[in-house]
Write a protein that binds this ligand. Structure first.
Ligand code: PA5
Length: 474
């Protein structure tokens, strides 16, 4: 990527408010501890992780593998395009899309949320409804194995079985993603969808194997099952990369490649953020500044709800990906802010009342797109002016959106409701790569700052245990 590639901007100016917000000196107060936490991540964590030596108990688990993963992926691809993991991912995706028109991604939590975010942000919003030609021959993508919802899963199976026989348009495949390989929701769905796929390929074992692409650990139930099926390629969730930090491994890259996204630009965007995190000073460093603001708003102003206001429908799943990242990483030991994604202007009509006049426990962070992909759509002049919109005839939707953002920020400012902005150049691979890496780094940085291990999710085991007991299993 050229040095001039447009960068993500974090602008906290809207949090500097008398009484209710912060003063610049509040950020200075946390400067040294943040720099120390950055050092811990860049030096201690990375060297412990890469040396493979004993990890002290207080740091276990240490899933710091995500941090330099984009660099490692790109480097090995540049060294050996064919044998590198990225090369294999691109090859498998290319082969599968020649054979099938629909792919079902089975996975839950960190094993699907990144892929969904990428699809919604980077693809046509009506991707699955477009013709194969319109999609450039890339397959439709569906998500299952992220629930045990009888009707939704049955309806998708019905849809898959109703396609035309003996043609690419009616053919489908599976990407099954589970790091542990034992997550019940995904495992049940895999069993059911595999049975349906076997029927749809008329019992052809080779075809079946080709149509299933697993992403999992190097051992475990899914790994064993994939071997038994004879899947020619099994992609790895690398050791030391946790589920919700795995978007830039095969977990996110395989679905991205299936959709024809530019995975190199995605990884390069993440590398760009890594470089900024490591080198830029507070005041210019999006990761350090974001954590400083979030932290100080929580500590000094009791803002323990973090509202991520995304100003584009295409970013809803990106917000949900972040909700999971923050909630599972820092929601421990009775601590951790509550993340909440809202999509505006849509949710101004469902949440704005509370956000404008409710409890003062919120920090708002807007995620704003600087550029849209489609040409600006004008309101237009009409002879039927009963709606009274002719005065806006020359305005376009981006202009109306800008006014909504400006108006909302101003209304919050006037009432002392602190608001920061993250500005993304565009909803594309480069911007998303920067955003994902920024948020993963910020989550770990905050964890290190407050002494909470951001990795692992021990609390999730409790429901699994009780659920298995309710099913009569040990
Ligand atoms: O962040 C995490 O680790 C979790 O959300 C997991 O991604 C989720 O529980 C799915 O786990 P697995 O990939 O092992 O099926």
């Amino acid at each position: 990527m050229s040095k001039s590639s447009p960068g993500l901007v974090y602008d906290p100016s809207g949090v500097f408010l008398p009484q209710r917000g912060l003063a610049p000196s509040d950020l200075d107060a946390v400067r040294e501890p943040l720099l120390a936490a950055r050092k811990e991540m860049l030096e201690t964590d990375l060297s412990l992780w890469s040396s493979g030596g004993a990890v002290p108990a207080a740091k276990q688990p240490l899933d710091a593998g995500f941090h330099r993963l984009p660099e490692r992926m790109l480097e090995s691809y540049r060294k050996d395009r064919d044998k590198s993991e990225l090369g294999r991912i691109l090859r498998v995706a290319a082969k599968l899309r020649e054979e099938v028109d629909r792919v079902v991604l089975l996975g839950i939590g960190g094993s699907y949320m990144g892929a969904k975010a990428l699809m919604e942000a980077c693809c046509d919003p009506y991707w699955n409804e477009r013709s194969r030609a319109h999609r450039g021959m890339y397959p439709r993508l569906y998500f299952e194995g992220n629930n045990v919802d009888n009707d939704s899963s049955s309806a998708l199976l019905d849809l898959l079985q109703s396609g035309p026989k003996d043609s690419v348009e009616g053919a489908w495949g599976l990407a099954v993603i589970s790091k542990s390989g034992g997550t019940l929701e995904t495992a049940i769905a895999f069993r059911q969808y595999l049975r349906a796929l076997e029927q749809s390929v008329g019992g052809d074992k080779e075809k079946l194997a080709r149509r299933v692409v697993p992403v999992t650990g190097t051992s475990g139930k899914l790994f064993d099952l994939s071997k038994a099926i004879g899947c020619p390629e099994i992609f790895e969730v690398p050791d030391g990369v946790g589920g919700r930090f795995s978007i830039l491994s095969a977990v996110g890259l395989l679905p991205a490649a299936l959709l024809g996204l530019d995975v190199l630009r995605l990884l390069e965007g993440a590398v760009q953020m890594n470089d900024r995190f490591a080198s830029e000073a507070p005041g210019e460093n999006p990761v350090l500044d974001y954590v400083a603001v979030c932290r100080q708003m929580e500590v000094l102003r009791g803002a323990d709800t973090r509202v991520l206001s995304v100003w584009s429908k295409s970013l809803e799943s990106t917000g949900l990906w972040y909700d999971q990242l923050l909630a599972e990483s820092l929601g421990k030991h009775e601590q951790g802010a509550l993340p909440l994604t809202v999509v505006n202007t849509r949710d101004l009509h469902s949440r704005a009342q509370q956000h404008q006049e409710g409890k003062r426990d919120k920090l708002f962070t807007n995620v704003i797109l600087e550029n849209w992909k489609w040409d600006p759509l004008p309101v237009g002049k009409s002879e039927r002016n009963q709606d009274g919109l002719n005065d806006l005839a020359d305005k376009t939707l981006p202009e109306v959106m800008r006014a909504a953002i400006q108006g909302t920020n101003e209304a919050y400012r006037l009432d002392g409701r602190p608001t920061a902005d993250i500005r993304l150049p565009k909803a594309d691979e480069s911007s998303l790569g920067q955003f994902f890496q920024m948020m993963m780094l910020a989550t770990v940085l905050e964890g290190r700052l407050i002494g909470i291990n951001p990795y692992g999710q021990p609390g999730v085991e409790a429901y699994k245990k009780q659920m298995n007991a309710a099913l009569g299993r040990k």
